[in-house]
Design a protein around this ligand. Structure first.
Ligand code: 8ID
Ligand code: ZN
Ligand code: ZN
Length: 350
């Protein structure tokens, strides 16, 4: 029995506030499923959407959220291969056309007509959420729904980013923004892939988490370091810098600095999306070091399945804190101040 109404976090205009209130439970279309969301991670992207940070308008009013983990409770008439009761994840890519040049090559994040959860369509900060059946993440029943929620965006994104970097086992990666949601998972995926991890962020809590819980080989505090470039290079065995840099910070500065410390022939992967930011790199060093600078945007369905499988095999353990869906505003307040080590996960039942 699916109820007529449900609890959700909704905002009417960019800038907020977010309002915890009752709204109708949506009905899935022919190619869609309805997922009873049990837990949803809170990604910094949700805050960008609320702020209206990006040159892409959001739906309004909007239910945010795109790390939703739950149970399929209804399906449209065209959906044959998803059973009621199955565990499923609602990801950033809620749907794509599956017919364009990019979708046909499994590059569906590049689809020109995507549905984006918690951005162009209502997302997972509600108890019942719709997703295109073709795009849901399949979550094995032995995987806990609270812990897997952050994997559905943060995990998939950093896993894809590491693959895009071309880095190989035994090589080194600098994770910039290591103490946040994406950064903490990036360290775990990096470790699982056999990489040496240099974590860059700030504060004693994040330092402790990176070194003691996430397995970073070294930690550089960007706020207290007198020379981040030198410190990052010094953290590699031969002093020549890391093979790859994953930029997951919400700040322009490191996007203008990474090219200076990345290793010759190395790759800088841009993932974080600070508002209005520009990349910058010195032409001379970029040329004579033969570096690559690229962007990476979530992952395709297969990346998602692989990222979940890493978790299922016990390779991914990143800290998260569970609070009620009703407490989203508190999470945003902490996120704005950069006070979150790891991820917050919302329990939609309270
Ligand atoms: O597909 C994508 N490209 C994608 C997917 C998901 C998220 C991109 N994102 C984007 C988000 O929109 C956001 O801009 O990645 C960024 C990071 O998301 P998050 O991990 O959810 O944010 P967070 O938990 O707030 O962590 C950010 C961390 O960056 C650190 C902060 O201290 C925080 O721990 N940081 C900052 I701000 N400035 C830094 C600096 N100069 C820094 N760390 C190192 N150096
Ligand atoms: Zn996200
Ligand atoms: Zn498409």
């Amino acid at each position: 029995e699916i109820p007529e109404t449900q609890w959700a976090q909704v905002f009417e205009k960019n800038g907020g506030p977010v309002e915890y209130k009752q709204i109708p439970v949506p009905k899935p279309g022919p190619d869609e499923v309805l997922v009873n969301i049990k837990y949803s991670g809170v990604c910094h992207t949700d805050l960008h959407a609320l702020n209206g940070d990006w040159p892409l308008p959001t739906k309004l009013p909007l239910v945010g959220g795109h790390e939703g983990a739950g149970v399929v409770v209804a399906r449209g008439e065209l959906v044959k291969d998803v059973e009621l009761g199955e565990h499923a994840g609602v990801k950033w890519l809620n749907g794509s056309c599956l017919a364009c040049d990019f979708c046909m090559q499994a590059d569906e994040p590049l689809c020109p007509k995507p549905d984006l959860s918690g951005y162009t369509v209502d997302g997972s900060f509600q108890q019942y959420c719709i997703a295109k059946a073709a795009h849901i993440a399949r979550i094995p029943k032995d995987v806990p729904l609270d812990a897997i929620a952050p994997v559905l965006c943060a995990g998939i994104t950093v896993y894809k980013g590491l693959k895009e970097s071309g880095v190989r086992p035994g090589q080194s990666v600098a994770i910039v923004g290591a103490g946040g949601g994406l950064g903490s998972l990036a360290q775990q995926y990096g470790k699982a892939m056999g990489l040496k991890v240099i974590a860059i962020d700030t504060g004693a809590d994040k330092k402790k988490m990176c070194l003691e819980q996430l397995g970073a080989d070294s930690f550089i505090d960007f706020a207290t370091s007198s020379n981040v470039v030198k410190d990052v290079q010094a953290a590699t065995e031969d002093g020549l810098g890391p093979h790859a840099v994953l930029l997951v910070a919400v700040n322009e500065k490191p996007f203008q600095q990474a090219a200076e410390y990345v290793r010759p022939r190395g790759t800088v992967v841009c993932i974080g999306l600070p508002a209005g930011a520009y990349l910058k790199a010195p032409v001379f060093e970029s040329v004579v070091k033969m570096i690559t600078i690229k962007g990476s945007y979530v992952g395709n369905r297969k990346d998602g399945a692989e990222a979940i499988d890493f978790f299922r095999r016990g390779l991914i353990k990143a800290p998260f804190q569970v609070v009620g869906l009703s407490e989203l505003q508190m999470v945003y307040d902490k996120m704005r101040k950069g006070e979150i080590a790891g991820r917050y996960v919302l329990d939609t039942s309270k």
